[in-house]
Design a protein around this ligand. Structure first.
Ligand code: ATP
Ligand code: ZN
Length: 297
């Protein structure tokens, strides 16, 4: 209530309170992203909160599970948190930009020796998980009844100690499952860290948020692209230019050596190797590929 009054009051400071994970898998990447966005948070880490020196953001360090609740309540205005947590907690927050880190999948895994016959395999069995809401939704979608055992950690040992027949847990490489004699049979959610936002931000806060989102998008675009420089023989220049999509069209500059040009362009990470091979076949030489720090389009 007090918070509501504060929010609608005219003295509300124009800043955003951003909740990130205090320590754990999302911490380093959250801090790195903010730094790449040019936000200076060089203050101490072992605190509950800290302020950026050059951007109207205050950072709150919290357990990831608590972030959706704090953002719903308006104690924090925005948060960086895994989609798995957001959808499990079912809080009333706006889910926005995907942040490109903390990637994992929420999977059902069964004992290695068993043969999975589809979701009905799970009917009338016991599933151990820390994600009862998401598992229940999966079961309902597939019209299955199973017993959900909610446990908060080390879910992967549950079948081994006879607590459950299968598990539903987060997986990135799958090595933890393998070491526990389990195999993945269903993915119920592909997850990554996302930006969530309180539903009642002020105009001023939305403006700050839009500035932050613009920076995040520029950092993400830069990561998906490479800057390329190469020397091209003029007699094959047109062919080489046609291979380079670029942001608009490539920059072409004459080289001091007669008959050659320097070509500069931008390539997408996923089409990168294919294009490099074709460029070499077309006579391109001295190819340099450089990471891009920010990309403003
Ligand atoms: P906290 O103390 O903040 O509650 P935690 O132990 O719940 O931490 P972490 O293990 O640090 O959480 O994971 C945080 C988030 O990282 C997960 O909710 C998920 O979004 C993401 N993540 C990415 N890969 C994995 C993985 N292989 N296993 C677990 N989480 C992963
Ligand atoms: Zn947690």
């Amino acid at each position: 209530m007090q918070d509501k009054e504060l929010k609608s009051g005219s003295e509300k400071p124009a800043k955003l309170r951003l909740a990130i994970q205090k320590s754990g898998r999302l911490y380093d990447d959250s801090i790195r992203l903010l730094k790449e966005c040019g936000i200076d948070i060089s203050n101490g880490v072992n605190k509950l909160k800290t302020e950026a020196s050059n951007f109207p953001i205050e950072l709150y360090f919290l357990r990831d599970d608590d972030i959706p609740q704090y953002v719903e309540d308006g104690v924090a205005d925005i948060g960086f948190v895994g989609e798995n947590v957001v959808y499990e907690k079912k809080k009333k927050v706006i889910v926005g930009e995907k942040l490109g880190f903390g990637k994992c999948r929420l999977c059902i895994a069964i004992r290695k020796g068993e043969t999975y016959t589809g979701p009905t395999f799970l009917d009338k069995t016991r599933i151990a998980t820390s994600y009862p809401v998401l598992v229940e939704a999966f079961l309902q979608k597939n019209q299955i009844t199973a017993e959900i055992h909610e446990i908060s950690g080390s879910v992967e040992i549950a079948p081994g100690i006879g607590l459950a027949d299968s598990i539903c847990d987060l997986v990135s490489s799958g090595s933890t499952l393998f070491m526990n004699g389990l195999k993945e049979v269903e993915t119920i959610l592909e997850s990554q860290c996302v930006l969530i936002q309180n539903r009642n931000l002020s105009e001023e806060q939305i403006q700050i948020l839009n500035r932050l989102i613009f920076r995040i998008q520029s950092v993400k675009k830069a990561k998906n692209n490479k800057y390329i420089l190469l020397n091209a023989p003029n007699n094959n220049l047109e062919k080489i230019i046609s291979l380079l999509p670029g942001m608009k069209s490539p920059t072409v500059l004459p080289l001091a050596q007669e008959g050659w040009s320097s070509v500069h362009s931008v390539l997408k990470e996923n089409e990168f190797w294919d294009i490099i091979e074709q460029l070499k076949e077309s006579g391109a030489e001295g190819i340099l590929v450089i990471p891009i720090e920010k990309m403003i389009v």
